[in-house]
Design a protein around this ligand. Structure first.
Ligand SMILES: Nc1ncnc2c1ncn2[C@@H]1O[C@H](COP(=O)(O)OP(=O)(O)O)[C@@H](O)[C@H]1O
Ligand SMILES: [Mg+2]
Length: 326
């Protein structure tokens, strides 16, 4: 049997370039050499594609069977690369164009969840330059979380306890996006749950994240390395079931395919779980939570790669059965 040629695209122009390098190395190292032939496509921080770019011409890439985009954040996780791969007619791992881009947008993602009746925290959407900070204070209670709508890794995210902090936080978030989200701060715990599948998505075993700082901010994620994770999360069986159910529901709400990691907040006072966000290209290093939650569910890392590639091919076959003109 001939080997499947898998192009791993990694690096990229986002702030998560370095994380992507690590994710890609882990993915490549875990790919069974008897089954897969790997082609590396590195996108530099300035956006150059090495060693060779994929041409958007349909059928031009006879050499590649499937693409594994291991890009996190902007220009990779947000539907842009997925769009290019659709144009090129190539199967690829992970969410499609629409699910990728709506999952990246914290406002649209929350609205889709709300429409499906899923619990999300109260939030406001502001447009850069179009609001008065004093009005915001009247509409939500402190503490508030302020975030650029389309980013990740906690970049531009702040917690505000008073009006002065709120103003500084809005200025910061406005540097990263025209659209800003302000939401009610939840006092409690954080959980994550991996999901995988196309038409019948399934959830893995959830974990808990214990930030070492006031919240899980950029320093905590990438510099301090002191945040702890607990896997399986210490929850009652019915709470675990609830997290897994909500994770799958959120996945369906955004129309996700392939894979995602859904993140939650749980309010201590009420025990209520809230869907916080969905990441369609979650961290994929061997110590990342996405693969670890699958390991806990009985799917070791190399099998996870096999499954994701199968899902990519399955989706591509389904798409080929669709007519695009009469
Ligand atoms: N409403 C909230 N209440 C409490 N903590 C929050 C809230 N929103 C965000 N956080 C904290 O900020 C972190 C980053 O926010 P998140 O929405 O996950 O953005 P990002 O996409 O940058 O990871 C979360 O992991 C959590 O620690
Ligand atoms: Mg997050």
């Amino acid at each position: 049997m001939s080997r499947l040629r898998v192009a791993v695209i990694y690096g990229g122009r986002s702030g998560e370039h370095e994380v992507s390098l690590n994710s890609a190395e882990s993915i490549i190292a875990a790919m069974d050499a008897e089954r897969y032939e790997v082609e590396r496509i590195l996108i530099t921080k300035d956006g150059f594609w090495l060693p060779r770019a994929i041409s958007p011409e349909p059928g031009a890439n006879k050499g590649i069977d499937v693409v594994f985009p291991a890009l996190h954040g902007t220009f990779g996780e947000d539907g842009t690369v997925q769009g290019l791969l659709e144009l090129a007619g190539l199967p690829y791992v992970g969410a499609g164009v629409l699910a990728s881009s709506v999952s990246m947008d914290k406002d649209v993602m929350k609205r889709l969840c709300r429409e499906r009746g899923l619990p999300i925290v109260d939030f406001l959407v502001l447009t850069r330059g179009q609001f008065k900070p004093d009005d915001v204070c009247k509409r939500l209670r402190y503490p508030m979380f302020i975030k650029p709508a389309n980013l990740g890794s906690s970049v531009g995210v702040s917690k505000a306890h008073n009006c002065e902090q709120l103003k500084a936080a809005l200025d910061l978030a406005a540097q990263y996006d025209r659209k800003i989200i302000v939401e009610r701060g939840v006092e409690g715990r954080e959980f994550e749950c991996s999901v995988m599948g196309n038409d019948q998505p399934v959830a893995a075993i959830p974990c808990e994240v214990l930030p070492s700082r006031e919240f899980y901010d950029y320093e905590d994620k990438y510099i301090l390395n002191q945040a702890r994770t607990v896997l399986p999360a210490e929850l009652e069986p019915e709470q675990t079931a609830e997290v897994r159910r909500l994770a799958v529901e959120c996945y369906k709400a955004v129309g996700c395919e392939g894979m995602a990691r859904v993140d939650f907040l749980m309010e201590t006072k009420t025990g209520q779980f809230y869907v916080n966000e969905i990441n369609t290209v979650p961290g994929f290093t061997s110590i990342s939570m996405f693969p670890k939650m699958w390991e806990a569910a009985g799917i070791p890392y190399p099998k996870l790669i096999d499954r994701l590639i199968e899902l990519a091919l399955e989706r591509h076959r389904n798409r080929q059965e669709t007519r695009f003109s009469r």
